[in-house]
Design a protein around this ligand. Structure first.
Ligand code: NAD
Ligand code: TYD
Length: 336
């Protein structure tokens, strides 16, 4: 089997490439990545000399490179995207270009080369925001209601993927998952930002009142979910994938991280809220559990501890990121 993984140098993509090559060593994996600020080939050191692994440096918006890379591919797993909500607020254009236009370029090539499966990795953010007191959850039938440029661009890509299935018979599947965390996550997102800031004796910036709620998913659990959807999922269908957070607000996540690192709550700093900040995400993952037998391997607290330990042990990895171009972004976002 030959897999084309787009965005395989990013956080989830690189975890997926490592997961796949460990669990399916007979398969060939092509990692197609533009290497934006979020792409890091260091994540893939373990497999770079494996003869079944190839890296293609390319942009999913470039139809020539995509068409060439698609030759002989059986399965596409599409992660490549612009992914940070705050960046989508200050610069939405690249989100539309990569997430919508780039997905369309990939779909055209996948249809032309008659791939056996196009799996699209999407987000629960396409469903919009729940109220704190609302006990309902997102499920596969929830209407789309994206509220940030990032979420709108992912919603657009989901619609295109389904349209290519209906119109051209492309065999697709989609997963909409909640907030991931784990190794190799770029330290602009809440959990790795909080851990690395504490390790640097800096404060954790918490937006607004800190009572925003996310549904958290450990990245390896997510990779197992995609594997199951590829092997047992129904073509043309969508599966929601979530974690087991028990609705802990951001402020509680920050406190858990401080406790694991032996620091007190004076390291929390409330900062200006994000415009249009979604209050709550909560995912009903019963379909993938009942139909495909998926569930998270450990509790949120156990995975969080493992993640904190990974960042403690891999200071060189995130230290290089934080001392480079990311520093300018951080100063702009949080005011120095
Ligand atoms: P990331 O930002 O860490 O990595 C994105 C990767 O895509 C990078 O390697 C980057 O170089 C590459 N890329 C960006 N633009 C490209 C282009 N034009 N051509 C080729 N490669 C390009 O992202 P992530 O957090 O690993 O997310 C992966 C996917 O999962 C995304 O589609 C995202 O929407 C989705 N998702 C992420 C989360 C999360 O919590 N991180 C949650 C739900 C869904
Ligand atoms: P983030 O990791 O950016 O993911 P998303 O916006 O895609 O859910 O943010 C997770 C939550 O943490 C969200 O409610 C915003 C909040 N947050 C902060 O409070 N402070 C921060 O510095 C960041 C980056 C996020």
């Amino acid at each position: 089997m030959k897999l084309l993984v787009t965005g395989g140098a990013g956080f989830i993509g690189s975890n997926f490439v490592l997961y796949w090559m460990k669990n399916h060593p007979e398969d060939q994996v092509i990692n197609f990545d533009k290497l934006t600020y979020a792409g890091n080939l260091e994540n893939l050191k373990e497999v770079e000399n494996n003869p079944n692994y190839t890296f293609v440096h390319g942009d999913i918006c470039d139809s020539g490179t995509v068409d060439k890379a698609m030759e002989g591919v059986d399965i596409v797993v599409h992660f490549a995207a612009e992914t940070h909500v705050d960046r989508s607020i200050t610069g939405p254009a690249v989100f539309i270009n990569t997430n919508v236009m780039g997905t369309q370029v990939l779909l055209d090539a996948a249809a032309k080369h008659k791939v056996k499966r196009f799996h699209h990795v999407s987000t629960d953010e396409v469903f919009g925001s729940l109220e704190l007191e609302d006990s309902s959850k997102f499920n596969e039938r929830t209407s789309y209601n994206p509220r940030s440029p990032y979420a709108a661009s992912k919603a657009g890509s989901d619609h295109l993927v389904r349209a290519y299935h209906v119109t051209y018979g492309l065999p697709i599947t989609i997963t909409n998952c909640s907030n991931n965390f784990g190794p190799y996550m770029f330290p602009e997102k809440l959990i790795p930002l909080a851990i690395t800031n504490v390790l640097e004796d800096k404060k954790i910036p918490i937006y607004g009142d800190g009572l925003y709620v996310r549904d958290w998913l450990y990245v390896e659990d997510h990779c197992r979910a995609i594997d199951l959807v590829l092997s047992k999922g129904k073509v043309g269908e969508t599966y929601l994938v979530g974690g087991m957070t028990a609705l802990a607000p951001n402020i509680e996540i920050a406190k858990k991280i401080l406790k694991l690192l032996g620091k007190d709550e004076s390291s929390i700093e409330f900062v200006k809220d994000r415009p249009g900040h979604d209050r709550k995400y909560d995912v009903d993952w019963s379909r993938i559990k009942n139909e495909l037998g998926w569930e998270p391997l450990y509790s949120f607290d156990e995975w969080l501890e493992k993640t904190v330990n990974w960042y403690k042990e891999n200071r060189a990895w995130w230290g290089r990121i934080k001392s480079g171009a990311y520093k300018a972004y951080y100063e702009k976002q949080y005011g120095g």
